[in-house]
Design a protein around this ligand. Structure first.
Ligand code: ZN
Length: 74
């Protein structure tokens, strides 16, 4: 393999061959820690799929809500 393709550090956007380094894709330990801090602070979201409406189908008490069930009583 050659020198590879330079990438941008996710934190400071500095271009370099960071993936070839132990800290890749970050250019430095500092940038790695900064990114980790973002995760812990909630700036990044692993998934936004878990919404309040999703929870309605999986109530904590374990009772399943069937489609149309809440209409009953005509
Ligand atoms: Zn950086």
């Amino acid at each position: 393999m050659g020198p590879g393709v330079p990438i941008k550090c996710p934190t400071c956007r500095k271009a370099g061959f960071w993936m070839e380094k132990p800290l890749g894709p970050f250019c430095s330990e500092r940038c790695k820690l900064v990114d980790l801090g973002k995760w812990l602070g909630g700036e990044h979201r692993i998934s936004s799929r878990l919404q309040a409406e999703d929870l309605d189908f999986f109530p904590i008490d374990g009772t399943p809500v069937e489609p149309g069930a809440e209409r009953g009583g005509e």
